[in-house]
Design a protein around this ligand. Sequence first.
Ligand code: CP
Length: 317
Amino acid sequence: MENTCIWPHKDYIDVNQLTPELANYLMDLAEQFRQVNNRQVKKVPTLRGRSVVLFFSEDSTRTRTSFDMAGKRLSCDTFALGKSGSSLNKGESLKDTALTLQAMNPDVIVIRHSSSGAPKFLADRLGCSIINAGDGWHGHPTQALLDLFTLRRRWNGEFKDKELLIVGDIAHSRVARSNVDLLTMMGVKVHIFGPSTLMPAGVETWPVTVHKKFKEALEGKDAIMCLRLQQERMRGGLLPDLSEYSNTFCLTPELLRLAKPGCLVMHPGPIMRGMDLSAEIADSVESTILEQVNAGVATRMALLMALCTRNGQEISE
Ligand code: CP
């Protein structure tokens, strides 16, 4: 596998570090790794001897497992640290935890944290590369990469004139924020719809069309991205009744028929069947949910490789 790295950044904290050229560079690299992941032997020696720490102080299934798998398939050593079972629970600060990890000379720390800005805080203070695996409400920039990769494959690389609707709890969604910025940069027209109490403050400054009615919002869409209600981030009183929410905002086959034929249904997961989307939709041919999970390994392999070879060093298998 030949690669001349054009990636310029020490860290990956926010999709605003990307340009269309850099996003396409990562997508092309991820496509090569997708093919590696489909082989019987899913491992390349590319980053042998490198160390990646997975520092997840919030729960995760997809992101943590796929970074772990991505690192191992590139022959990195990976080390997992969670809030539970670490000295964070004894009161050690984020900064001291990170300095302690850095003293062990990792090449990359992948961090998920409930505070917006925690990955940037570490990136400004540590010499190793930092990857944001989700920080508070701020961003989930690797989710946006894997969503872009999924759409690029489904749409044969054509983003211009495509229209995507994001539905649900936009206010608490770091996935929505990262996807709005990255997909808009790639030429997709992004629309949003959800309860008025779950619209973010300042939404009028976002580069999106905000809809008030689900049926209208669905018309002409090429893809719908459903979101989970992030009840763990709600301070209460935002939704009077969950069954009323699901009656209005759950994507059903009847509603999906109002979008374009062949409209894709995306979800970053974890999905709540019957709340965000119906079970029938989740298991339908239009659903890309498991393709997105699959894309997570290849895109995170691409990102780890880009960060670890960023001085233009050539890597060959
Ligand atoms: N999409 C996503 O971030 O899922 P996890 O919380 O399981 O990592």
